[in-house]
Design a protein around this ligand. Structure first.
Ligand code: NAG
Ligand code: NAG
Ligand code: NAG
Ligand code: NAG
Length: 383
């Protein structure tokens, strides 16, 4: 009853309460207000593709966007990872598509386009180099210092490997190795080009286990199993990413990066789905076929929609539900090195520019997957 609490202890309690209840927002207030630029395929497309093609795109129709108000050209039931990252960075709107006339790109934009590849020239889309050149064309919108401090996120390669596997079903080990080498060298070339345009902070995704996508299980008739051949290809690609970025950071002053281990993030959710509260990870929420993986949003396909999309890892045959995307964004922004290394996005944004990184990417030691947890480092631990 006695009101003898000191003001400091009361404030302390309030502070702890705030930290534990909203660690991301509190941390977000201490990061500089920089921009976010994304490059990639459908996973990062904020609605660009409709500005490239006059064709009808399923992502502009219900039930895409159903968890928010409208279909908006994103391949999800709602927001996608870059929207959540933008929010954590204090950006007050979803990340806009760079190709949308009049978009407010003051805090960055998405250059990613559905169906984009690293190699080749995808139909009605932009390959990575075309996206990078588009950024260059728009570069005068942002000053050099702002670009230097801003974040460049890349998630790409899925379409290259899906196409390769379909076109070359009998590819042997050396054909696979050769393809992986050309994809990863081209990726490196484009990251170097962005660096030459003044970018210095890169976040690169590894490929997810492509063989576990519902569309792949359906196309290759694997039932409840993943198509391991595609997973192996994804692993070959992923093994190149960390060392390639280490090389760049060694060769280029002030080059900073981090690698998001998307492969194992998805695999953990696929194998131990209930730990992550996804009741289904082998089939998608929206579509038809054995794994409901085809035709979501197409007017001529009677798309069956699940009852509760938030319990699915995949909304359609190859894209994650908004619920899953939000959890990935939390991991990207605040997880420990099990998931994103050598640092998370919050650390990367605050890392001083024109400074070499003090720690590089390290080959993870072989870990027992069932013992690894995804941890988002709480603000209190890192303060
Ligand atoms: C898909 O693979 C075929 C056959 O290898 C190739 O000719 C084509 O350019 C690839 N498409 C893309 C967009 O990379
Ligand atoms: C997907 O997983 C569920 C639950 O584990 C299982 O009952 C179902 O048969 C699986 N579906 C397919 C197409 O493998
Ligand atoms: C930073 O790295 C570059 C090479 O990328 C090197 O030339 C330079 O000496 C390094 N700077 C410091 C302060 O270590
Ligand atoms: C991983 O750990 C679990 C639980 O301790 C154990 O049952 C399983 O055999 C281990 N798997 C491997 C491959 O070591």
């Amino acid at each position: 009853m006695a009101p003898n609490f000191s003001l400091a202890s009361v404030l302390g309690v309030l502070l702890v309460f705030t930290l534990f209840h909203n660690p991301i927002i509190v941390a977000g207030q201490h990061i500089p207000a920089v921009a976010l630029f994304t490059f990639g395929d459908s996973n990062f497309d904020a609605g660009n593709r409709k500005f490239i093609t006059s064709g009808t795109l399923p992502q502009n129709f219900w039930p895409y966007g159903k968890s928010r108000d409208d279909p908006n050209g994103k391949l999800s039931d709602g927001k996608i990872v870059p929207d959540f990252i933008a929010k954590f960075m204090g950006i007050s709107h979803d990340l806009p598509p760079a190709l949308k006339p009049g978009a407010d790109a003051s805090r960055g934009a998405s250059f990613a386009v559905d169906s984009a590849t690293i190699l080749g020239t995808p139909k009605d889309s932009l390959n990575l180099n075309q996206q990078v050149r588009k950024f260059d064309q728009m570069r005068s919108n942002w000053n050099d210092d702002y670009i230097l401090k801003s974040l460049f996120m890349i998630s790409m390669g899925m379409e290259d490997y899906l196409n390769f596997t379909k076109s070359n079903p009998a590819a042997d080990g050396s054909a696979q190795e050769a393809f992986v080498t050309s994809v990863s060298s081209r990726l490196k070339y484009n990251i170097e080009m962005l660096y030459s345009f003044g970018a210095s902070k890169f976040v690169v995704y590894t490929l997810p286990p492509l063989g576990c996508l519902p569309i792949v299980r359906q196309d290759f008739n694997t039932g409840n199993d993943c198509y391991e051949k595609l997973n192996d290809l994804a692993k070959l690609h992923n093994a190149k990413i960390g060392p390639m970025l280490n090389d760049l950071a060694t060769a280029k002053p002030g080059f900073q990066f981090t690698v998001f281990d998307f492969y194992n993030v998805i695999l953990r959710r696929t194998q131990r789905n209930m730990n992550f509260r996804f009741s289904l990870t082998n089939v998608s929420c929206c579509g038809t076929g054995t794994h409901k993986a085809y035709g979501c949003g197409l007017p001529n396909v009677h798309s069956k929609l699940c009852e509760y999309q938030r319990s699915y890892l995949y909304f359609d045959g190859r894209h994650n539900s908004e619920k899953a995307q939000e959890s990935f964004a939390h991991l990207l922004f605040g997880a420990d090195p099990n998931v994103i290394q050598p640092m998370n996005i919050r650390e990367l944004i605050t890392y001083p520019v024109n400074t070499n990184m003090s720690e590089f990417w390290k080959e993870p030691v072989e870990r027992n997957l069932s013992l690894v947890h995804d941890n988002v480092v709480s603000a209190s631990e890192s303060m």
